[in-house]
Design a protein around this ligand. Sequence first.
Ligand SMILES: [Zn+2]
Length: 316
Amino acid sequence: MTNAVRVIPIECKFGPISAFAYYVDAPEPAIIDTGVSISAQQDIEPILAEHGIRIEDIRWILLTHGHVDHLGGAYAVWEKTGRNAKVVIPNIEARLLRDKNEQIVDYKSLQGKYITDPAIQEKHITMLTADIGGTIEPNLEVVEGDSIHLGADITLKVVETPGHSIGSVTYVLEGLDWAFAADAVQMYGGFSGFPTIEDPTLYRRSVQRLLTEVRPNRLFLGHPFRNVNGELQSAQIEGEQVAAVLQASLEMDTKLSDLVKHHLTKGLPSEQHELYGPFGSIAKEIGYTGNPRNLPCAFFITMNGYYEELSGCKLK
Ligand SMILES: [Zn+2]
């Protein structure tokens, strides 16, 4: 069994936020997630070079899910490898890698439903699609239990951890139990001050599974997420902190679920808040002051998810 594997966290910066890519050293080196279209050139290549690693030697591009800030840079990294790296994505989200229009479909079915100004919608869609370097036909669409062998005895096992997005997976380094969960774990939310949870039922189950079944020794997340006091924490977590981070994520889930039950059991209010649409009373109660018209916007995605869970139906 492997004693240790070198992992290099690469912070991919864009606008006011950042997303982590992780280089996994192995005979067939892998990168887990890729930031956005500019990240290969701006962050990934130079940071690897500082460690004496050439981006062109990457053999695997492993995507945890199909959101733009994780998948958007895949094309540029793939190009840098002479298209030799194998590209891997969860089966359910492969459509997001193949076709930029699928990002627009998802946008319109989630936060786009609550953004009534067509000019703002258009601006969001332009931003989303510009952050994707190009479309790729994946080499492999993974599901629960699949393994990726990086050579020697280094193997990543696929654990499905949906909820943040419908198809999110966690790659777990076998033997070490290091979990690359990216956004499957949200704590009290990221930059926007709110966790992004598309499907709370799945999210809760995934976080519980990580806590009780996978029980990672290290947790590698997609962004710095906030603790209960609103402070941003490191995205690389180890030791006792792992369970604490998973517990914090479950606590925030309970809080949001209770809030939505309290405010929306009788349905959505007829009057709309200027910024928060039908969820104005919830924003007020938790003191949320973010602007959901700025991307990334977790507020509407998550409120939509919890309301759908409560009402037992998909909102149109
Ligand atoms: Zn995401």
